[in-house]
Design a binder for this molecule. Structure first.
Ligand code: S3P
Ligand code: PEP
Length: 435
């Protein structure tokens, strides 16, 4: 699909869609609980659908209702491989890194006899050393081809060791698996933990389902190591609501900073543990005016100026903050972007190439992006590179461009935000979709 977006300011009020990150975790926890859970969910997307389909393959019954999802857990008799019901289960993770990295350890802890597949860039995204840790714990994983991978046998409890700087999804996945194991386990994480707020979101989900998580700092060979452990098994809270998504709300809030009209995102928690809530602090540092309300945030445009930031805990904000930086006076440095290379595209390169094609000045230096602001972007034709956040970034950049922005492969938005272009129009944007 091609999106042709004519320059027009965006303004008004929009509801946040349901958080993709929160939804993955809550649906998985519900599928592992001791009874049914009603999950109130306003919106879905391809990634959430992938998690739902995989859990159904593992034996969960997930009913879609007008209010969300009624999740009946994976039957216990099935879940520990006592029945052969899981033999040959196929888990199609589509393009969702979260689905793969969360369900790999969960399925291994269930003793599923399964095959995991994926598409797009997912097969090229890393699963090591998570996979090796699962193999060392007794599960027979064949990862010779990356994806598809096959698994047999059940993972044992014990000590798992992971680095903190490849993907927090490894740690989240193991944390989700721990309550399923017989005996006590710990996860030792060495080095700097990146994307830490996503681990906190996992811990919050576990606590909602009755699992307590403990964290301790120890020294091993003179190095700091964080040790996570947990106690308790999944118990349904009965019902739970998926909160609003800050990663996607960030596109609208940033559009206000880029434009000349204010935008309010409502139905969003200002006290969420989602790290991407710091988009408000970042926009404020750029010079935009930020008004925090109850379950809503408003951004008003003002003169924008550069500042330096780290992407360590907010990788998904980088594309849209780079777009804001491209019209902020001075040079903005976004540091610690290494992990952006292993997302749906090499986002360090695709952020640069896409914004440069639209008239921005950007350079990659090591793992940092250096962006020198200009008053207005030119517009132009770009590819989404199969990456939803690149497509949305380019669409928002159109609101500060002289000429239209044409996005090839604009259907990439379906990965996290299928109604993105509808919402774009609702805020006054001019979008034509072709093909
Ligand atoms: O746990 C999660 O929900 C996510 C963690 C982050 O990945 P990394 O931990 O690999 O940076 C983030 O980029 C991704 O979109 C969602
Ligand atoms: C990287 C993302 O998701 P995932 O890792 O789950 O594919 C994302 O949503 O930007």
């Amino acid at each position: 699909m091609r999106a042709i977006i004519s320059p027009a300011p965006l303004g008004g009020t929009i509801s946040a869609i349901s958080s993709k990150s929160a939804a993955h975790r809550l649906i998985i926890a519900a599928a592992l609980a001791n009874g049914a859970t009603m999950i109130y969910l306003d919106t879905s997307c391809e990634d959430i659908e992938a998690t739902i389909l995989c859990l159904r393959s593992l034996g969960a019954k997930i009913e879609e209702t007008p209010q969300g999802l009624l999740v009946h857990p994976i039957p216990k008799s099935v879940s520990f491989g006592i029945l052969k019901a899981l033999a040959g289960a196929e888990l199609d993770c589509k393009e969702s890194g979260s689905t793969l990295r969360f369900l790999l350890p969960v399925a291994a802890a269930l003793g599923a006899d399964a095959r995991m597949i994926g598409e797009g860039r997912l097969p090229a995204r890393p699963i090591e050393p998570l996979a090796s840790e699962i193999i060392a714990a007794g599960c027979d994983l064949d990862t010779t081809e990356g994806l598809p991978l096959t698994m047999h046998g059940r993972m044992r409890a014990g000590r798992f060791e992971l680095p903190g700087n490849i993907s927090s999804q490894y740690i989240s996945g193991l944390l989700l698996a721990l309550p399923l194991l017989d005996g006590s386990s710990e996860i030792r994480v060495s080095g700097t933990i990146e994307s830490r707020p996503y681990i906190d979101l996992t811990i919050q989900t576990l606590e909602t389902f009755g699992v307590a998580v403990f964290e301790e700092r120890i020294q091993v060979d003179g190095e700091d190591v964080v040790v996570f452990s947990s106690s308790g098994t999944y118990r349904t809270p009965g019902e739970v609501t998926v909160e609003g998504d800050w990663s996607n709300a960030a596109f609208w809030l940033s559009a206000a900073a880029l434009g000349n009209t204010s935008i309010t995102v409502k139905d969003i928690s200002l006290s969420s543990v989602q790290g991407d809530r710091t988009v408000l602090a970042a926009l404020s540092r750029f010079g935009a005016r930020v008004i925090r309300g109850t379950q809503r945030a408003t951004v008003r445009p003002d003169a924008l100026h550069a500042f330096d930031m780290s992407a360590r805990d907010i990788p998904d904000l980088v594309p849209i903050l780079a777009a804001v930086a491209s019209v902020a006076q001075g040079t903005t440095r976004i540091a610690d972007c290494a992990r952006l290379r292993i997302k749906e595209s090499d986002r360090l390169v695709t952020v640069r190439d896409t914004l440069v094609a639209l008239g921005a000045t950007i350079e990659i230096r090591g793992d940092d992006l250096l962006i020198t602001g200009t008053d207005k972007l030119s517009g132009g034709q770009v590819s989404a590179h199969g990456d939803h956040r690149i497509a949305m970034m380019a669409a928002i950049a159109a609101s500060r461009s002289e000429h239209p922005v044409i996005i090839e492969g604009a259907q990439a938005v379906d990965k996290s935000y299928p109604s993105f272009f509808e919402d774009y129009r609702a805020l006054g944007g001019h979008v034509e979709l072709e093909g």
